[in-house]
Design a protein around this ligand. Structure first.
Ligand code: ADP
Length: 444
């Protein structure tokens, strides 16, 4: 050991102290050696100084080694402690070790080698113990820190949960407000539409060209507003999970052709060609025909709205796994890839400015997305800015009817042989339900 060690020898016997001193010197230990003749002096020295090792005679005049060790521990004095015992004190030595002594050595075995060996070991053991206790202390501290952090996290989690509850409640109130507001506004709006239609009837009386033009504007604006209200109502119903599909067996080809015929004039007004390709060996599907029509109308109105020149294609085909696909493609303005995920969010439009060129609520795709989801289908988009867009909806040929929970209607499609059992003939006519289908380019 190269460092100078501070050593304290505690023994009332001058001869024994000298023996220890001599042995350590013979062993070549570089040291500063102090001596104490009894336990109290040793305690005082240890309180006022730091030592690298203490050699302690077990039998001191004022107290035994065990008492001194206890007093040292009580004063929180930590030091490597080697107890020098008399012959036959081995049992006591075990007790001393238990109390905290680092090692013991019988006085009869004191020699330069044994003492140097015991000293080295005692210092090594003590340092290892100190390191371990430091690590333990650090562990305890980080454990306590973790507990504190955990408590903080738990407090934050509870706060977030509370805010979540508040947000859910606010959203519920908003949905409720939207639903009742749009519902209430629909009644006067229907009156406006109805009375303008009556006014336009020839048998009601002759109108001047200007009067007819004004009533047509009232009618068109009324229809447009009703469409917006229905869109908001549909959305609020979908958001609160109150929209139920009224499933029935219907001919998809017929519904698609009828929808195209209805919307054809809008495409013609913009000089867009509208082409349809229906490849269905079996055109029968079990779904909500009104909602399927709504999906198609919304996709088509968007295609017409966002296309200035060129064509719109509708393709309907069968897919594997008893599914059907409806795709609407256009040569319109296109959508940047970064906007794909946003356009399906409610009230989101690529152009959010108030001066935007294309009108709309930003609810159409959100409604389609929700409808497709509750039908168990998917919607995907392919688009390139300035080139055009393609929206493709894939639907199961047969959706499970919520009215028939637990007994899904059986639709056995075997070529042209269709068997359907569970249709409710008393179900209200789907056409009588108001839905939000968009007709762009209304004369406002
Ligand atoms: P709205 O048409 O009322 O704005 P939608 O939810 O139907 O709302 O559409 C959201 C947005 O997605 C549109 O505002 C538009 O930016 C973009 N979009 C939808 N369909 C098309 C399309 N065929 N071509 C280009 N952009 C489209």
């Amino acid at each position: 050991m190269e460092e100078t060690l501070r050593i304290l020898v505690v023994d009332d016997d001058e001869v024994d102290r000298m023996a220890v001193r001599r042995a350590l010197m013979q062993a070549g230990v570089k040291m500063e050696l102090s001596e104490a003749g009894d336990g109290n002096k040793a305690l005082l020295a240890l309180k006022n100084n730091t030592y690298d090792c203490v050699f302690l005679d077990y039998r001191l005049p004022d107290q035994d080694g065990l008492t001194l060790i206890h007093r040292l521990r009580a004063s929180e004095i930590k030091v490597p402690l080697v107890v020098l015992t008399a012959q036959g004190d081995e049992q006591i030595a075990v007790e001393l070790m238990k109390a905290g002594a680092t090692d013991y050595l019988a006085k009869s075995r004191v020699s330069s080698e044994t003492l140097a060996q015991v000293l080295r070991n005692a210092i090594r053991v003590y340092r290892a113990e100190m390191q371990a206790s430091l690590a333990l202390q650090q562990l305890r501290e980080s454990h306590e820190q973790l507990i504190r952090k955990n408590q903080e996290l738990e407090r934050q989690r509870q706060q977030i949960q509370l805010q979540n509850f508040k947000l859910i409640e606010a959203s519920r109130l908003k949905t409720q407000f939207l639903a009742s507001m749009s519902h209430e506004l629909r009644t006067p709006m229907n009156a406006i539409i109805g009375f303008s239609q009556i006014l336009l009837r020839p048998k009601f009386g002759q109108l001047t060209h200007q009067q007819r033009d004004m009533i047509e504007r009232i009618l068109n604006n009324g229809k447009h507003l009703l469409m917006l209200l229905n869109e908001v109502l549909d959305f609020s119903k979908l958001e609160s999970g109150r929209l139920e599909l009224k499933a029935e067996l219907f001919n998809l080809k017929t519904v698609v052709n009828a929808t195209i015929a209805e919307i054809q004039s809008l495409a013609e007004a913009k000089k867009l060609s509208l082409q349809v390709q229906i490849n269905l060996e079996n055109p029968w599907i079990f779904n909500d025909s009104v909602r399927v029509r709504q999906i198609l109308v919304n996709l088509l109105s968007n295609a017409i709205k966002f296309t200035e020149a060129g064509s719109i294609w509708v393709e309907v085909k069968e897919l594997s796994g008893n599914r059907v696909a409806i795709a609407v493609r256009d040569t319109g303005i296109g959508i940047a890839t970064k906007d794909f995920k946003h356009i399906f969010e409610a009230f989101r439009q690529v152009d959010q400015s108030i001066t935007r060129k294309y009108p709309g609520t930003g609810l159409g795709l959100a409604i389609i997305d929700s409808l497709v989801r509750i039908m168990g289908g998917t919607i995907c988009i392919e688009s390139q800015l300035g080139i055009g867009s393609m929206f493709k909806v894939e639907l199961p040929r047969q959706i499970s009817s919520p009215d028939e929970a637990g007994k899904v209607p059986a639709l056995n499609v075997d070529g042209e042989n269709i068997f359907f059992s569970a249709h409710n003939p008393h179900q209200s006519s789907p056409q009588s339900r108001p839905t939000s289908t968009k007709y762009p380019n209304l004369k406002l």
